[in-house]
Design a binder for this molecule. Structure first.
Ligand SMILES: Cc1ncc(COP(=O)(O)O)c(C=O)c1O
Length: 384
């Protein structure tokens, strides 16, 4: 007799980028060559300071629990880093370090969202946000954004979506999958609505065409910033992230962290300190490569017949209208995987408004992107 599973797990939707990747791995195990443009994972090695710091920490016996909020050296380094990037003073006491941004997200949504509470977010959106909200018993309230307007969040539309049950507004800038960057004016407008902002700033630093990110903390203290080391420092597998929260929320988050995770990995936290202290030019080098790849992919996709109403300003994704080939994005992504051996993420992963679109990640080499475009050119005409 199968166990009766809790509704919060049966209602959770699969993360389709992962589903495509897992099928691609299966094909690779069977000897196929697949080009991965589906997953949001930098192909660069982790920041050079990370490995040595981690090894040194392990060899020095830094292998124990830490303060549940994180090592004070790391919280101070994160506060300094936020000041350096945004010119905002943040007390280290407001920072909670976690094993990746995702656990920080779980803590913040769990803190703010109860049964029947609502959270407003833009769509297309990072696939996991609604799942976190629903897991907390909440209801995601989606506000569409328009590619022709650069996916700017419409403050009036957000205002109309507010109800007495609204507990937070999610902002993601630069965003996954659109690469959109929200202007300071939009952030000010959203903050003026008087609802806490949850601001996912994990792609800050990966910016093009002179785009600049405004941190929610530059605008309001009533903000919960989510950030981490996965993208800016190519440290996905280290699992290191953090939340910066209003001072009065720290204690409740600390208690959750004590119970749910105890603390982030000690030696990985030491890697975080080293990376923040020794910025070097790893980010600039990655950015130069991303800039070339972005151009290659945008131009190549347009040539193939994908529609791109706006060019992404940040992150490492191109979100392209694929309806010229198929309006069912899941079917199209799997057809391209099976027939062209190119992994892409179906737009439906990012909400209904993404249906008919595909996300291409340029976290892969120029040679791989060129080869993927060639493979797509051979298969797409057969799909129209
Ligand atoms: C917008 C966004 N937030 C958070 C995350 C999770 O990052 P982490 O690896 O730090 O858990 C991702 C990962 O793709 C993301 O795209």
């Amino acid at each position: 007799m199968p166990p009766k599973l809790a509704r919060r797990t049966t209602e959770m939707r699969p993360f389709l980028a992962m589903e495509v990747m897992e099928r691609a791995f299966e094909m690779e195990r069977a000897g196929e060559n697949v080009i991965h443009l589906e997953i949001g994972e930098p192909d660069f090695p982790a920041h050079p300071a990370a490995a040595n710091a981690c090894i040194h920490a392990i060899e020095s016996g830094e292998t124990h629990y830490t303060d549940s909020r994180g090592l004070s050296a790391l919280r101070e380094a994160i506060a300094d880093d936020h000041r350096r990037r945004f010119g905002v003073d943040v007390e280290p006491e407001r920072i909670i370090v976690s094993n990746g941004t995702s656990p920080a997200m779980l803590l913040v949504f769990s803190l703010l969202v109860g049964e029947g509470d609502e959270v407003v977010l833009a769509t297309p959106h990072y696939p996991c946000y609604p799942n976190f909200i629903r897991m907390s018993g909440g209801v995601p309230v989606l506000v569409p954004t328009d590619p022709a307007a650069g996916y700017a969040m419409d403050v009036e539309a957000v205002r109309r979506a507010l109800t007495p049950r609204t507990r937070a507004i999610v902002v993601s800038s630069p965003a996954n999958p659109t690469g959109a960057v929200q202007s300071e004016e939009t952030l000010r407008g959203l903050a003026s609505l008087g609802i806490p902002i949850i601001s996912d700033e994990i792609y800050d630093g990966l910016l093009y065409d002179g785009a600049k990110v405004t941190s929610a903390l530059q605008i309001s203290d009533d903000a919960y910033v989510l950030d981490g080391f996965s993208k800016r420092y190519a440290m996905t597998g280290y699992r290191l992230g953090y939340a910066i929260v209003p001072l009065e929320s720290v204690r409740a988050i600390q208690v959750m962290q004590q119970n749910l995770f105890i603390s982030a990995n000690c030696f990985v936290q030491h890697a975080g300190v080293a990376v923040l202290r020794d910025q070097g030019d790893a980010l600039e080098e990655m950015l130069a490569a991303y800039t070339r790849r972005r151009r290659l992919l945008i131009d190549g996709l347009r040539e193939l017949g994908f529609r791109l109403p706006v060019e992404p300003k940040g992150a490492f994704y191109v979100f392209a209208d694929a309806r010229a080939f198929d309006s069912d994005s899941l079917r199209l992504a799997f057809a391209l995987l099976e027939r062209a051996k190119v992994g892409t993420t179906p737009g439906i992963d990012f909400g209904e408004s993404g249906e008919g679109w595909l996300r291409f990640a340029y976290a892969n080499s120029e040679a791989a992107i060129e080869a993927a475009l060639e493979r797509l050119a051979a298969v797409l005409p057969t799909l129209r």
